[in-house]
Design a protein around this ligand. Structure first.
Ligand SMILES: Cc1cc2nc3c(=O)[nH]c(=O)nc-3n(C[C@H](O)[C@H](O)[C@H](O)COP(=O)(O)OP(=O)(O)OC[C@H]3O[C@@H](n4cnc5c(N)ncnc54)[C@H](O)[C@@H]3O)c2cc1C
Length: 477
């Protein structure tokens, strides 16, 4: 019997009905928010954390690729089983234990982020990281990608809330990085190494996050600007006035045009498509009133026009439209490449000007929106994949965008991670020494390269059917 079949039999014996090999379930595990890539041999929906350790020990012994999966909302192909093997589905590990005394929560990786926010809010507490996908993505996926979202500008990203992680090394050994303490300066910080490692260094089975007090008051503004430069100056201008909004979101005129046509009739009716910025202030009643008057005066001076949402319902209408920025663009073409590049705040305008040059050179539809308070903009390339030449142009334009971002001192991903989509570009982000150090870490923690092969490092060759193992280029050198 060949290795792969032997391994599968051993897995079934060990984990019984958690192992699924039905074609439909396997197909459902072969794609994420970006694409289909690879077809797994089995999907294992673990019921208890220690099953993860057992599975990894076996996979490591037989050299079976293992791809972790939360709910598969990754926009980079991060959750696809590119090299086949086993998909490790963690969505059932969804317990939430709140410790109001210490203001923290101990969670399974399968907890849906919106559910966590709701549950802690019942105790007057708040878990701030809020990716737009919060109602369907998991905390484990957020940790693996160091997910961001709208409120990062004031509250930070996932990393800023994780106190401790427990889980398993690719060998199946149990580890706990960090503790449920506010500080930890004891030895190397492997907790932070795991955060953002996209399931390539270990599997997270328990996450302890810190919580803050629920924020009582909010107010939202929508500013319409004459040009991108003025719109994108909002974060630095408000900072210099001593205002720290919880959210600052930019939408270029192409995005506004799409939103007006397809989803935001009510909100944007009668406005000419122009760059717009949504600003949310939150805090105590007094601080919100004080900051609001500073923002209002600034908007009077700098914007063409602005609106203030006085009620929660009115504000929610604005945010609901913003959240549909991505889906409304899907009306323009069948395929959307959503890049989440990040540049220094004052260079966002250079990025936007470059995107405009790409529009003209490649005759592509490109809409930009995103978290301008962090310099983290979503550049959406819209094209029809069935149209060969348009696809080629989109790929060339994408490559040029990545080069430009690096030239501007930015990073090719600010929150979605590298996954498959950015693996071809990630090498350009680092110098030789930096790349060698990253590779050395991967080799040390996952010597057989079983965890999420094909992501971040393309030194992994796809599953070699004859040798029944993943061939690593470092084995040849
Ligand atoms: C409409 C939409 C809007 C989005 N908006 C945002 C946004 O505002 N901000 C943002 O940051 N992202 C956003 N995303 C991207 C995506 O939701 C995030 O990357 C999210 O963190 C993925 O969570 P998931 O549970 O779906 O993980 P999956 O997609 O299943 O997996 C993502 C990665 O995490 C790894 N992984 C999952 N669980 C574990 C685990 N327990 N241990 C180790 N590795 C694991 C996987 O192997 C994979 O590499 C959006 C996606 C969509 C579809």
């Amino acid at each position: 019997m060949v290795n792969r079949e032997k391994a599968l039999q051993a897995l079934m014996q060990m984990l019984g009905d958690s192992v699924c090999t039905g074609e439909q379930e396997l197909y459902a595990s072969s794609y994420d928010g970006l694409k289909v890539s690879g077809f797994p041999q089995a999907r294992v929906q673990v019921k208890k954390p220690d099953e993860v350790g057992k599975l990894l020990k076996l996979a490591n012994e037989f050299c079976i690729p293992v791809t972790c999966r939360g709910t598969g909302s990754s926009l980079t192909g991060g959750a696809t089983p590119h090299a086949g093997g086993w998909v490790l589905d963690l969505s059932n590990l969804s317990s939430i234990e709140i410790d109001p005394t210490n203001m923290l929560a101990r969670c399974g990786p399968g907890v849906v982020v919106g559910d966590l926010q709701l549950k802690v809010s019942e105790k007057g507490l708040f878990y701030p990281p809020d990716p737009s996908s919060k109602n369907f993505c998991t905390l484990g996926g957020n940790v693996a990608c160091n997910a961001g979202g709208l409120r990062c500008v004031k509250y930070g990203v996932t990393r800023d809330y994780v106190l401790s992680l427990a889980g398993y090394l690719p060998t199946g050994e149990f580890v706990r990085w960090g503790r449920a303490t506010r500080k930890f300066a004891t030895g190397y910080n492997l907790r932070d190494l795991w955060i953002g490692s996209e399931g390539t260094l270990g599997v997270v089975t328990e996450i302890t996050v810190r919580l803050i007090l629920a924020v009582p008051n909010r107010v939202t503004f929508l500013g319409v600007f004459c040009d991108d430069q003025t719109a994108l100056n909002t974060p630095l201008a408000l900072s210099k006035l001593g205002v720290l909004p919880s959210i600052i979101e930019y939408m270029d005129q192409w995005t506004i045009d799409c939103l007006q046509k397809y989803v935001g009739f009510e909100v944007f009716s009668g406005i000419e498509p122009k760059p717009m910025v949504l600003i949310e202030l939150d805090g105590t009643a007094e601080s919100v009133v004080q900051e609001s008057s500073l923002v209002e005066n600034w908007l009077k001076d700098q914007s063409l026009s602005f609106r203030k949402a006085d009620t929660e319902e009115e504000a929610e209408k604005l945010w609901a439209v913003r959240r549909q920025g991505s889906s409304s663009m899907k009306k323009l073409a069948s395929t959307k490449l959503n890049e989440d590049v990040v540049v220094p705040l004052d260079r966002q305008i250079q990025l936007i000007q470059f995107v405009d040059s790409l529009r003209q050179t490649f005759k592509l539809k490109i809409g930009v929106f995103g978290h301008c308070g962090d310099g983290n903009l979503h550049v959406n390339f819209m094209y029809d994949e069935e149209n060969g030449s348009e696809t080629e142009e989109a790929v060339r334009a994408l490559h040029q965008l990545m080069q430009k971002v690096i030239e501007l001192g930015g990073a090719i991903s600010g929150e979605h991670g590298v996954g498959l989509a950015k693996t071809p570009f990630v090498r350009d982000q680092f110098n030789q020494a930096e790349w060698k150090a990253m590779l050395a870490i991967k080799k040390a923690l996952d010597p057989k390269g079983i965890l999420n092969p094909g992501k971040i490092f393309d030194v992994f060759k796809p599953w070699d059917q004859k040798k029944e193992k993943v061939v690593l280029s470092w084995e040849k050198n």
